[in-house]
Design a protein around this ligand. Structure first.
Ligand code: ADP
Ligand code: ZN
Ligand code: ZN
Length: 732
């Protein structure tokens, strides 16, 4: 009698559970982490085996049996499975969808986990081939190729053929003679070699602080280190030193960078230093490129893996270190679907893999800073800029009652002129792309609004666009309400500022950098090389300019307006403003020339701003933390946001209101709201939110589980879509 095994399988469905299937034991073994084909409803699905058992509590006759095994060895490691299970639990997200984020598309759709190569192999027997070789005297290319193939048991690859310059006609002739034919074989990737010259030495000697930081990472071999180093202090060098040591032990490094930080320059910094394969993982890759990078990592072939958020799920054969650069960056938290924090998962994964994790930033998130303060993380500080560079100084311009021209005070324009005439470069930061944020009718006060969002349309050169739902409209010739032709764009975006600066400085090159100007592949690199060449120039742009770039000739960073952070209703806005201010400001004076950050503000005496510029980020962070403690906010309290949206007004509010009424009470746990979201209507849907908060993480999660149970047990409401965001980074 054949025995039956029971498999617990994760399937890519939004259902919050795993599924049990039976399988004949002859098909086995079924190691955890392999893919199986299973029937699901009327379809067939690919699932991941999470567990096997010889018994089940289900009525065995009701269980369906699996169709087939797709792998004999796991495609995902036990620690990564554990990470997915943990994340599914913590973020209250269906396990199958968590795996969908973790695995490359091609593995999810059933492609082989090993790499296939097309190779030419012999088809004819040895004697036939020997005779053929002897006979091919008048076709020397065919003869030499046949000889080569005859020497190779595993065949000759297409790449080799082109390297050796064998023409297609030569290959086809041998195939026509039935001597050789195409086959596929698995490509075996072997771990990178840790012998020989793996790394070049640093082109300079390390500062004492850099050396101490490197030692700190080494000593905290199974812990997280917060590398808190001012901009330009040489954090990357600390990463490189730590990576070098581990590569010599044959271990791999996983480096996570923010979405806009993954530039060819970043990758090159690693490639030029180390003599090991470096692979990158990002959203711009094809599915096949992604799968190949995944394999290179999983087989130990890649010494260094650099990627954005989802790269945290990359398997490593010999993990050595995880680095999260710019750990405060919002892009590490996914904002839709499976709302995980790659930074937080990195810390956990590091612990489980028993390897060091390094979180690096000049402006650490309050959570990470707090964890360092409470000794959960080790702390390594770099307080000085590397090499000759000195810290940039602040110049605060009070613009209350000032006469602004297109948002620029004459004092700011004069400062810019001084820097430019010295042959230096100026960076003007504005957090708004487009020409102007508002189109207003001068006669009646009509404002161009998005019909699908509670938002104004942004004026671009030749259209009106909504930055929230991407809808576009023509710029009207006349006001739709009063027919006046007096339509005026109010306020400035990057495009208008570019125009204004071109008028103010007609002899200076003005380069705009925003999402619209860098849409084309390679355009950002062009800007960077143009700017690095030097010579007076003005760079005007958005956040895209804030991160990572090293512009040696920029001596002035001008910030016309960052006041929004002071009066936002989102308690995190001020933290983000401070981080952005220092990150953008950090582009000034990165080499010998000293830098200045010139900030226009209506709040020159705002205490948090003063603490930031006079005492520095540490003092700023401590101010904010004291405030968070007093107001029972993270990191002292834990939060989750339940969001709902519906096409009909009030329906989302009612849905969350009904939920809030039925919630059980837990000690020190609160449900706040529901309230309509700040932008209530977005892309045609009305949105509402319910904030859950607790001093105990565990109670918070119990409350979330209760919410989910209440929602899923209630009669289904197809008009409302809801989602859960644990540790939300946006609360408005
Ligand atoms: P961060 O990542 O902290 O902003 P980087 O690692 O980009 O800083 O370093 C800033 C610049 O300083 C780079 O050009 C780097 O090559 C240089 N640098 C780093 N460490 C040193 C050092 N010890 N001596 C001289 N220059 C250094
Ligand atoms: Zn009008
Ligand atoms: Zn819109």
């Amino acid at each position: 009698m054949t025995e039956t095994v029971y498999l617990e399988v994760a399937l890519p469905t939004p259902v919050r559970q795993t599924f049990t299937y039976s399988a004949a034991s002859e098909l086995g073994p079924f190691p955890v982490g392999i893919r199986v084909l299973v029937p699901f409803g009327r379809r067939t699905m690919i699932g991941i085996v999470l567990n096997t058992a010889s018994e089940t509590t289900y009525p065995a006759e009701k269980l369906k049996s699996i169709g087939n095994k797709l792998d004999s060895t796991p495609i995902i490691s036990p620690i990564l499975i554990r990470l997915c299970l943990w994340a599914s639990d913590y973020y209250h997200h269906p396990i199958g969808e968590v795996f969908s984020t973790a695995l490359p598309t091609l593995l999810r759709t059933g492609k082989s986990a090993s790499q296939q190569l097309r190779v030419l192999k012999l088809t004819a027997g040895t004697t036939t081939v020997e005779t053929a070789i002897a006979a091919l005297t008048r076709a020397p290319r065919q003869r030499s190729l046949l000889q080569l193939i005859a020497e190779r048991d595993d065949g000759v690859t297409a790449t080799e053929l082109s390297e050796l310059e064998y023409k297609r006609s030569v290959v086809d002739a041998l195939i026509a003679r039935e001597l050789v034919s195409w086959h596929t074989r698995d490509l075996t990737l072997s771990p990178f070699s840790s012998t020989g010259r793996i790394s070049k030495p640093a082109p300079f000697s390390l500062s004492d602080e850099q050396r101490a930081a490197t030692i700190c990472v080494e000593q905290n071999a199974t812990r997280t280190t917060l590398l808190y180093g001012v901009t330009g202090s040489g954090k990357t060098e600390v990463y490189l030193q730590s990576i070098s040591r581990l590569l010599h032990e044959g271990r791999q490094a996983l480096v996570l960078v923010p979405e806009i930080g993954l530039t060819p320059q970043t990758i090159n910094r690693f490639k030029t230093r180390f003599n090991v394969p470096v692979v990158s993982l990002h959203s711009g890759m094809t599915d096949l490129e992604r799968l190949n990078a995944y394999r290179a990592a999983a087989t130990g072939h890649a010494g260094i893996v650099i990627g954005t958020r989802s790269a945290i799920f990359t398997p490593l054969l010999n993990p050595g270190i995880i680095i999260v650069d710019e750990e405060h960056d919002a892009s590490f938290k996914q904002q839709t679907g499976f709302k995980y924090s790659a930074r937080d998962l990195a810390v956990l994964r590091g612990q489980w893999e028993r390897i060091p994790t390094v979180l690096g930033s000049a402006t650490p998130s309050l959570e990470s800073y707090h964890n360092a303060q409470t000794k959960k993380y080790a702390l390594a500080e770099l307080t000085e800029r590397a090499g000759e560079a000195r810290p940039a100084s602040f110049d605060i311009l009070n613009i209350r009652k000032a006469d602004l021209k297109e948002g620029l005070s004459s004092a700011l324009v004069n400062t810019m002129r001084t820097h430019l005439s010295a042959g230096n470069q100026v960076l003007v930061f504005i957090n708004r792309r487009g020409y102007s944020p508002v189109l207003l009718c001068h006669e009646c006060g009509w404002i161009a609004q998005c019909t699908r969002c509670d938002a104004r349309l942004t004026v671009h050169f030749n259209s009106l666009r909504c930055h929230h739902c991407s809808s576009t409209a023509k710029i009207p010739r006349a006001c739709p309400d009063c027919n006046s032709s007096q339509l005026v764009p109010l306020g400035a975006g990057t495009q208008r500022l570019e125009q204004v600066l071109n008028d103010l400085f007609p002899d200076t090159k003005v380069i705009r950098v925003d999402r619209d100007s860098t849409r084309q592949k390679g355009s950002m690199e062009k800007v960077v090389s143009e700017v690095t060449e030097g010579g007076a120039a003005i760079l005007v742009g958005t956040q895209l300019l804030a991160k990572g770039h090293h512009f040696p000739s920029v001596t002035l960073v001008a910030i016309p307006d960052m006041d929004a952070g002071f009066y936002s209703s989102d308690y995190k806005a001020i933290e983000k403003m401070g981080q952005l201010l220092l990150q953008v400001g950090g582009r000034a004076g990165r080499e010998e020339k000293p830098g200045t950050i010139c900030l226009q503000t209506h709040f020159p005496n705002e205490p948090v701003l003063r603490s930031l510029i006079e005492e520095g980020y540490t003092s700023f962070a401590e101010h904010l933390l004291a405030d968070r403690l007093e107001n029972e906010l993270p990191p002292y309290h834990f939060q989750a946001m339940i969001r709902a949206e519906a096409v009909n007004r009030d329906e989302a509010m009612k849905f969350l209101g009904d939920l809030a009424k039925t919630l059980p009470h837990f000690p020190s746990t609160l449900a706040l709201g529901p309230i309509p979201s700040q932008m209530e209507k977005k892309a045609g849907k009305f949105r509402a939110q319910l904030l859950l908060s607790s001093i105990h993480r565990k109670s918070l999660h119990q409350l979330i589980s209760n919410c989910i149970a209440l929602i899923t047990d209630a009669p289904p409401n197809r008009r409302v879509r809801w989602s859960i965001d644990v540790d939300p980074i946006d609360t408005i």
